[in-house]
Design a protein around this ligand. Structure first.
Ligand SMILES: *Cc1c(COP(=O)(O)O)cnc(C)c1O
Length: 375
């Protein structure tokens, strides 16, 4: 195992079985767990609001880390409770015409939020793998620009890295704001690509606690937002980002996320991205010719998300449940609701972190063969 893999593994509790589920929820480190517990202890000792004031420098450091990863400044970043919450905050504050364009494989819950906020959704051109076609997109956007372009830079149901930087350039040229869902992409792909807003979740590739997320908005876009609360005509002396950020959330989780971000940046963002791409390739190579399943992604796709489509009638949900119950192996059953306009049938998703070895993948391969026979 590489030194990075060893450090990552040694920094957290021993896994019970095999954890191939970082796209759902990574394993937090001892330092993150301790930071969460310590903040709660401090709340008990001095009072929650005094503890919050004492935690401000740690929380600011977390925002600076998010800023570094998204190409924004710390003042552009707020904490939310997750990616969906971030998108809802943004869309519910939008003042212009409610039209948004995204790829056909857009994340189902995001489409639901767009609909709930009264947005008309149009599809951007993509190839057969779901990857955005940049030139065709540029032509389409120029001919009839939507109010917002939204890109899930890396999807939940398929490990295809979208051309986020190219799309950001296109959008900038046309003066259409680009919003990026980086729930899977942050800490995984380069997200400092020049988008106008980027949001993500703590618990996925950054390995922070659950229940916290972040939203970064460039000032030019923030200026165009009108948060629902508090009512704008009360004229309270608050910035747009102050209005969007709710104080009454788990500060312990935010402190934990800040520690996770610090650990991530200390390991090196580029090093982590390269290691995740390498583990993705290792995974696809290990499973290339496994009976009854087809690897969906190109083998060298620079992501650690691998999906397996059944070729002989296996049920991904039952296989996933069997693997947990019988072997202590955690994967994801990705159902079609995740990408209702792209995914035709459920898939089994493997999302190993940087400490997954070839040996782990061989263990998984054997277990999958057993599961496929048993269920
Ligand atoms: C997980 C995920 C979300 C939702 O994140 P939450 O923090 O659960 O709200 C949104 N988009 C993508 C691509 C995801 O993978």
């Amino acid at each position: 195992m590489s030194a990075l893999a060893e450090r990552w593994r040694a920094a957290r509790p021993k896994v019970a079985g095999l954890h191939l589920d970082s796209g759902a929820c990574s394993r937090p480190s001892f330092a993150v767990i301790d930071a969460v517990a310590q903040h709660m202890r401090h709340e008990a000792e001095v009072g929650g609001y005094v503890a919050a004031a004492a935690a401000a420098p740690a929380l600011d450091a977390g925002k600076s880390a998010v800023a570094a990863l998204t190409g924004m400044t710390a003042d552009d970043v707020i904490y939310t409770t997750g990616s969906n919450h971030s998108l809802d905050l943004l869309l519910s504050s939008w003042t212009g015409p409610r039209t948004v364009a995204c790829v056909p494989g857009e994340y189902g819950p995001n489409l639901a939020l767009m609909a709930a906020n009264g947005f008309d959704v149009r599809a951007l051109p993509a190839d057969g793998s779901g990857r955005l076609l940049v030139d065709a997109t540029a032509a389409m956007l120029a001919a009839d620009p939507p109010a917002i372009v939204h890109l899930t830079a890396l999807a939940s149901h398929r490990g295809i890295a979208q051309p986020a930087r190219e799309l950001a350039e296109t959008c900038r040229g046309l003066d259409v704001p680009l919003v990026i869902d980086a729930a899977q992409a942050l800490g995984h792909l380069d997200c400092a690509v020049g988008a106008d807003a980027v949001y993500s979740s703590s618990r996925k590739w950054l390995a922070g606690p659950r229940g916290v997320g972040m939203l970064a908005i460039r000032p030019a876009l923030a200026q165009r937002l009108r948060p629902r609360l508090p009512p704008a005509d009360w004229n309270l002396p608050m910035t747009v980002l102050q209005r969007l950020e709710h104080g009454e959330t788990s500060l312990a989780a935010q402190v934990g996320l800040s520690v996770a971000l610090g650990e991530y940046l200390a390991a090196g963002a580029e090093t982590m991205r390269a290691a995740l791409a390498a583990v993705g390739k290792l995974t696809r190579e290990a499973l290339a010719d496994v009976d009854g399943w087809r690897v969906v992604e190109p083998v060298g796709e620079p992501t650690a998300i691998t999906t397996l489509a059944p070729t002989n009638g296996a049920d991904p949900q039952r296989v996933r449940d069997w693997l947990v119950a019988e072997r202590g192996i955690v994967t994801t059953h990705a159902e079609v609701q995740r990408a209702p306009f792209e995914l035709a049938a459920p898939v089994l998703r493997l999302t190993p972190h940087v400490d997954t070895s070839a040996e782990d993948l061989a263990t998984f391969r054997d277990a999958l063969a057993d599961a496929t026979e048993e269920v």
